[in-house]
Ligand binder design. Structure first.
Ligand code: F6P
Length: 341
């Protein structure tokens, strides 16, 4: 069978591990030809193909980025995009297509499946906001990087008696903020799931600096928002692909904290460091499991499904169910971050 493969949306560490698993399982054990498309859906539209064999996946398990390249491009949002995708798939005689991506890429995949193409999705995003799976590829690495950064910021915060605001990614979900905040021992974690009140932040920091310590770490998710009806409230501006202006909330928060408390305050925006470099063991394992499961799903005649992990089990969920939903941080995890302030 000729199986197409693409990686779409923002890159994450672990994509190459997933590509490797698809090629090994597909080509080696089942005799499929794996046809890679460069730069996500854009490569499908342009007919930009790259046959993938064992030779292409040598030594890629531990590497970051994606050897296929990626792009933020949604064919269903582009005039003629869907027709171009279907034309390329027919010209390349693709019988099944594996799409590794976040919600945007998977939404496009679901649309293509409706047109009769056999599709299997694999979830990847550092934001961990894909609905239907406990984890997406890339999240564990991002949390590990953010935690290490918080550890490092801790020592300089203490030496200088400063408030350090650390802004992490995550779009409208607070997974990276909450988990790295817990792991890094942040004093305060501000996540989109629990809009904050700046006057409570002010009171908390003043009390802490009077009673316990002369420094604080505040981890803020890029999508965190001040609660309606409280000071500093504003609407977060979200771009075409759900992106949020990096540094916006971090800088605002730094300014407000400094103005209200008089404490020396700095902001660090971790940005794309969270998406770079070698994947953790957990991400390599998850990506490998998803890659194998995707080929097995195709062999079992499944379509319009996404690989998912629930607890320790790999499962398949309907792509139609996933599209358009956001997996948010549950209350019990938010509670832990708050309880350890
Ligand atoms: O979705 C992953 C993500 O890293 C978000 O956390 C962030 O808002 C966005 O992508 C950044 O997008 P870009 O790499 O296009 O700047």
């Amino acid at each position: 069978m000729r199986v197409g493969l693409l990686t779409g949306g923002g890159d994450v560490p672990g994509l190459n591990a997933a590509i490797r698993a698809v090629v090994k399982r597909g080509e080696g054990d089942h005799g499929h030809s794996i046809i890679g498309f460069r730069n996500g859906w854009k490569g499908v539209v342009d007919g930009d193909v790259m046959p993938l064999t064992r030779q292409h996946i040598r030594n890629v398990l531990a590497t970051g980025g994606t050897l296929l390249g990626t792009a933020r491009y949604h064919p269903h949002a582009d005039d003629g995009g869907m027709d171009a995708v279907l034309a390329t798939l027919e010209a390349e005689r693709i019988e099944a297509l594996i799409c590794i991506g976040g919600d945007g890429t998977l939404k496009a995949a679901s649309r293509i499946a409706e047109a009769g193409v056999r599709i299997v999705g694999i979830p990847k995003t550092i934001d961990n906001d894909v609905w239907g799976t406990d984890r997406s590829i890339g999240f564990d690495t991002a949390v590990t990087i953010a935690t290490e950064a918080i550890d490092r910021i801790h020592t300089t915060a203490e030496s200088h008696n400063r408030v350090m605001v650390v802004e992490v990614m995550g779009r409208s979900a607070g997974w990276i903020a909450v988990t790295s905040g817990i792991a890094g021992g942040a004093e305060l974690v501000l996540a989109p799931e629990a809009p904050f009140d700046i006057t409570r932040v002010e009171k908390f920091l003043k009390h802490r600096h009077r009673a316990h310590a002369s420094f604080s770490i505040v981890v803020v998710a890029e999508g965190a928002v001040p609660a309606e009806g409280t000071a500093m409230h504003y609407e977060t501006q979200v771009g075409q692909f759900g992106e949020i202006v990096a540094g916006a909330i971090g800088e605002r928060l730094k300014g407000e904290i400094e103005r209200r408390t008089g404490f020396d305050t700095r902001v660090t925006v971790l940005g794309h460091t969270q998406r770079g470099g070698t994947p953790t063991a957990a991400d390599r394992i998850l990506a490998s499991r998803f890659g194998v499961a995707a080929i097995d799903a195709i062999n079992a005649g499944r379509s319009d499904v996404m690989t998912a992990i629930r607890g320790e089990r790999i499962e398949l969920v309907e792509l139609q169910e996933v599209a358009g939903k956001v997996q948010h941080v549950p209350d019990d995890l938010l509670m832990v971050a708050g309880a350890l302030a």
